[in-house]
Design a protein around this ligand. Sequence first.
Ligand code: AGP
Length: 607
Amino acid sequence: MCGIVGFVSHSGGGITYILHRALKALEYRGYDSCGIATVHENRIYFEKDKGKIDEVFVQINPEELPGPLGIAHTRWATHGAPSRENAHPHLDCSDSIAVVHNGVIENFLKLRKELTSKGHNFKSETDTECIAHLIEEFMSNGCGIFEAIKKTIRRLEGSYALAVVSARDPGRLYCARNESPLVIGLGEDGNYCASDIPAFLFWTNKVIVLHDGELATIGSESVAIENVNGLKIEREPVVVSWTADMASKSGYPHFMLKEIHEQPKALRDTLKFKQQTIDKFAEIISQAEQLYIVAAGTSYHSGLAAQSVLSQTIGIPSQAIISSEFANLVGNSLSENDVVIAVSQSGETIDTLRAIRHAQSKKSKVLAITNVLGSGITREADLVFYTQAGPEIGVAATKTFLVQLTTFTRIALKLLDNFGTNSPAYTENFREKLNQTPQALNQVINKLEIKTKSLASFLAEKSNAFYLGRGVSVSTALEGALKLKEISYIHAEGYSAGESKHGPIALVDEGFPVIFIAPNDVTRKDILGNVMEMRARGAYIITLGEEGDKELAQVSHQFLDMPQGFSLPFSPILYVVPLQLIAYYTAVKRGYDPDKPRNLAKSVTVP
Ligand code: AGP
């Protein structure tokens, strides 16, 4: 996944600073190389190189990039290694067209062969460069820039969010979208296009979302949208509630730590959002013959937790399936009586979008839970619930995981209200506890953050770790392990504690760290036994358990005491937070940047 941004200014030149700042807000989308191009007096000026945004831009002299119009790009390499040649923007043979792109052009080799045979000289290994030469080819046959872009995208197979500038058109920015996100910002000083809203939030929160198959011509005071068949489209801008401060670190050393601390607010905002949508979700779910939850990564872990919550609180069976395996596992067994809930914080994960398309090919109803306005998933699902976490910039998902869990818990509560066979007292206690989770979360963070930091010093010296839980805590264990491995690069495995004796325990030797998630629920007694087994083999036991659980504390080397009375379905919401903090502080202790872990991007938009 990559980040693209474009800007056309009212006031003339000096836009390098704006493009740099906008690009920085997209750095979570990729950071192995970057570049910028501007247009001034019928000439394109550009700079690009391998390296993170600040590393490259510190070498750039803004005077050498004049003009009121420009595009910029930060890359997560798909075709071609990170290098100066493969960095965007990519230009045509005469350096008069510049393109930045997020996505994958699947037929680029065929296009490259065709264009090379027509005399075009390629300078990179990327799929993107063929777009610049294709536009050049159509313009050499007499097309204007916009017509050439339209003809070009008709030749492209695959996903793209494009921004294009031409030396012959120094006042307009062109963009086009298919499967990769692209939004337009309407500012006082000019207009923007970008892969995501945070890019221009510092200047405007007036947003037009471009849809798949659409193109836009952006001037400093105008935006014209049409689809690839030339149909003009009128679309009103929306004013998003996000602010620039929400998309900045606000004094925290990293976005991830800020976003961990934002979780109580994210829960409060999500708890009170759109009850009518929750009611609709509950009604549809209650009528499902089969209920599936599809997602990837952390979102899959929230779906797995939801599977336990729905089955244990309201008796509704469901199956959480990893998006990339959904079509393979359910095949043709889906029908129009089934419901699929797709969970994706970015709303752009291609595996999850493909799972949705498979479900819709079998006429199943698709519900979506996402955090990003106008993301791809919102246009493919039948009904959408927007979580209210605000922008999540850190690559490691934290607050969006919690608000996904909160959304599922709200749905379970509504099902209890409508169909629950439990006592009214059970349902009322459920409602009360759910409303107490933000405050309980505050207590957890305030009470345990220092302890997680000291545990990080121990873990930072280790190269392996187990996270073990039972019941709904298996999903918490998986999530805790994912956090540690994806930002500290320690090999951590989340596992069912019951399953750990069927092989994994062979790995345990003296000092091997094993983290147990042990809320005071039906699984606690068996977990106690598993702790003893691991301890007997020399493991270093770290346990998250209910405050006052002396029995568990006595058999643990480290005991993190959690608020009393928050077992299923609330334990995953609370118990994951110390695990997020442990991962964060371990990564920092090991000298890594938790916001930009190696090889990862915030949203996986290529399969
Ligand atoms: C989580 O920390 C990872 N960044 C990753 O597993 C992520 O959850 C996954 O790629 C799914 O993303 P989505 O929620 O945007 O679909």
